[in-house]
Design a protein around this ligand. Structure first.
Ligand code: PRP
Ligand code: ADE
Length: 189
């Protein structure tokens, strides 16, 4: 939690400089996975130990004083951020998975995203009624994936504490799909 406290004290210019540094580590890949999509490739940031650690610390500093029971993260890139964040906050971790991956009884939710559609699943016993759940993913685009996850959590009786993403593609207006929820993003395009 060393950096968590440092981040809470930094000024606006310091934060903006730090965000520019993180942004520079994310690579644009045109026409992936389909023509017309500009893919934000985070692998170039993840392999930088300081940058990856900084992202997790900054996310943790946003929630360190909050009352949260669980972190739920979305397969697969969401797991990269959700698991270390849960560890740093001292919380349990719930995987939200693509169809057919979870072994026990599940509930499922269909959704659309920037480049397709799919189904997400959660175990029916993953969240107890009344538990507060922080939903984590790498990137907010249209918000379809995040919204479906909130629906799953709420169908189980959980309370969505908020959403945390490293990247937000603001031009796709995903926030409007998540109206009424607290949405935190570190880097915006
Ligand atoms: O806001 P949306 O339009 O819903 O898009 C965002 C989602 O798209 C990506 O996942 P993807 O389905 O590509 O899976 P992956 O994490 O396994 O790469 C990303 O990790 C988010 O989960
Ligand atoms: N443009 C994009 N880049 C990376 N991941 C995404 N998920 C949805 N849209 C995306």
């Amino acid at each position: 939690m060393r950096l968590v406290l440092a981040h809470a004290r930094e000024n606006v210019e310091g934060r903006s400089r730090a965000m520019d540094h993180l942004k520079a580590l994310i690579r644009d890949v045109p026409d992936f996975p389909t023509k017309g999509i500009l893919f934000k490739d985070i692998t170039t940031l993840l392999k930088d130990a300081d940058a990856f650690g900084e992202v997790i610390d900054r996310m943790a500093s946003r929630y360190v004083d909050d009352e949260i029971d669980l972190v739920a993260a979305i397969e697969s890139r969401g797991f990269i951020f959700g698991a270390p964040l849960a560890y740093e906050l001292g919380l349990g971790f719930v995987p939200v998975r693509k169809l057919g991956k979870l072994p026990a009884e599940t509930i499922e939710q269909e959704y659309t995203l920037e480049y397709g559609s799919n189904h997400l699943e959660m175990h029916v016993d993953a969240v107890q009624p009344g538990q507060r759940v922080l939903i984590v993913d790498d990137l907010l685009a249209t918000g379809g994936t995040a919204k479906a996850t909130a629906q799953l959590v709420e169908r189980l009786g959980g309370i969505v504490h908020g959403f945390a993403f490293m990247v937000e593609l603001t031009f796709l207006n995903g926030r409007s799909r998540l109206e009424g929820y607290d949405v935190f993003t570190l880097i915006q395009y």
